[in-house]
Design a protein around this ligand. Sequence first.
Ligand code: B4P
Length: 182
Amino acid sequence: MKNKLLFLGPPGAGKGTQANLLCEKYGLAHLSTGDLLRDEVSSGSVLGAKAAEVMNKGELVSDELVLSIVEGRLENINKGWLLDGFPRNVNQANSLKNLLEKINQPLEAVILIKIPDDFLIKRLLARGREDDNKQVITNRLKIYREKTSPLIDLYTNQGILEGIDGNADIDVVFSCIEKALG
Ligand code: B4P
């Protein structure tokens, strides 16, 4: 099975949910920038406080901070890995490309989890995390469309993107992802 992976999709598509399942089953390292940023926030550091302010508005945290978090970790992984929520814009995608060239571990597959906005909003409101209120969710969707969705064309053109219907039961979505990764 392909094991150098990236999950792409709008907020609430189920990237974190599916990433946990896949990493547990196949022993992959799970690198979720959302989780790592939330850890930084919980640590009470100055950087964390800055990140919290941005996240609670539904904006993207600075590329500099996100890259510093990802870089050290990716370099130290000796098994397959799954990037969840990173990259989220073209600049981050370019940095990732350079980093993967440096460590000689090319990306093998990008899974795009697709789901209509109405369902996303319902799911996120039900989850109720600090950044899961109507106004912030609307902003997160807008940022996704503006900044993250150009990555769909980028990876489609590289021939490594697989689209999955995320509007189904968790185990059904999981089977589709496993099938796509061969
Ligand atoms: P993330 O933590 O990445 O979270 P997300 O995109 O909102 O959610 P995800 O798609 O993982 O959904 P989940 O499985 O949890 O980002 C949060 C914030 O961090 C961003 O807004 C940004 O500020 C910052 N950030 C993160 N990465 C960054 C980066 N690279 N650069 C800059 N800033 C960055 O599922 C959502 C809910 O749906 C859950 O309650 C789940 O139980 C439910 N669910 C999942 N699958 C389901 C299914 N099939 N059916 C029904 N419910 C389902």
